[in-house]
Design a protein around this ligand. Structure first.
Ligand SMILES: Nc1ncnc2c1ncn2[C@@H]1O[C@H](COP(=O)(O)OP(=O)(O)O)[C@@H](O)[C@H]1O
Ligand SMILES: [Mg+2]
Length: 285
């Protein structure tokens, strides 16, 4: 798949200045919980419905966003920093209304850039304007700095948790560190690979109880996605379950959750906007 062809510029519609891009992360304490599957399928769904979605791939994991969409990025944000590419040159249109920024290892080092490099990067990304409704950041798992900074830079942090006790413990650890080091008080939770909705709600309640009791942090339930072999099979075929088997339980659940991320004009809170995101990532804001 080639490079960008759609219009990525800042966006004005009939005298109305576009709202700032809503920014969310999909993150987890433990790996392999389904972040990338959720990001790619939700983006596909929202794009189909006319939302302009930007995905920032902040993980170098096994099943990357690009692979799920069958795209092969040649350049990453790192090439923008080093001056080898401009930002439009690294964007890839992966589905209707869905654009990918290959981040790779590049997003990890943004805070260590020279002042000159930071300025150059910020100039580049500001040329994108706020021409997207939503940016979804797919992070690596765990509590490394790169994960923490990506989460601290978005408006809404979505923690993906599964019934696996290790996932529950690691989710709590991530929430705790984000709270203590980055003063985050609000997290959304998506329960994945559950037996049924009841198990998901129970899982959320347990996490919410401990987060409330020990950290005084409030969690919001975003929904549950069942364990569904159709999703696993789709991944194995480098496919998206929303395309391969759209009527399955997992696909239906993911569509329902995606609807909660439809950007609402004017709903941007304190941390909205792509500009703010990149300023945070480079340590400028
Ligand atoms: N709801 C689900 N049902 C069945 N398999 C799932 C589900 N969610 C994720 N998986 C599988 O788990 C594995 C890890 O998913 P992935 O999205 O790559 O996780 P992460 O990005 O968190 O590492 C993949 O093989 C994927 O197909
Ligand atoms: Mg992943």
């Amino acid at each position: 798949m080639g490079s960008s062809s759609t219009f990525h510029g800042s966006f004005r519609v009939a005298g109305r200045e576009a709202a700032r891009t809503r920014t969310i992360s999909v993150t987890s304490g433990k790996g392999g919980v389904g972040k990338t599957s959720l990001v790619a399928n939700m983006a596909l769904n929202l794009g189909r419905e006319g939302q302009r979605v930007l995905i920032l791939d902040g993980d170098l994991g096994m099943a990357n966003v690009d692979i799920m969409f069958g795209a092969r990025p040649e350049k990453t944000i790192f090439d923008v920093v080093s001056g080898e590419a401009d930002v439009r040159g690294i964007l890839i249109d992966v589905a209707p209304n869905v654009t990918l920024i290959p981040g790779g290892s590049g997003v990890f080092g943004l805070r260590n850039l020279s002042a000159f490099e930071k300025r150059a990067l910020l100039d580049q990304v500001s040329s994108l304007g706020e021409g997207f409704d939503l940016m979804i950041v797919d992070t690596a798992p765990g509590i490394d700095d790169n994960v923490l900074y990506l989460n601290a830079a978005v408006q809404e942090i979505n923690v993906v948790v599964t019934p696996d006790p290790a996932s529950v413990a690691d989710s709590y650890a991530l929430i705790k560190v984000m709270h203590q080091r980055h003063r985050e008080n609000r997290f959304s939770v998506i329960c994945n690979q559950v037996r049924d909705e009841a198990e998901g709600v129970g899982l959320f309640s347990r996490l919410n109880d401990v987060a409330g009791r020990f950290l005084n942090v409030g969690l919001d339930y975003r929904g549950s996605v069942p364990m569904d072999l159709n999703l696993r099979q789709a991944t194995r075929n480098q496919q998206l379950v929303l395309r391969a088997s759209p009527e399955t339980a997992a696909a239906t659940a993911i569509r329902r959750i995606a609807q909660k991320f439809r950007a609402h004009a004017g709903s941007d809170g304190a941390k909205g906007g792509l500009q703010f995101f990149w300023e945070r990532m480079t340590g400028v804001a």
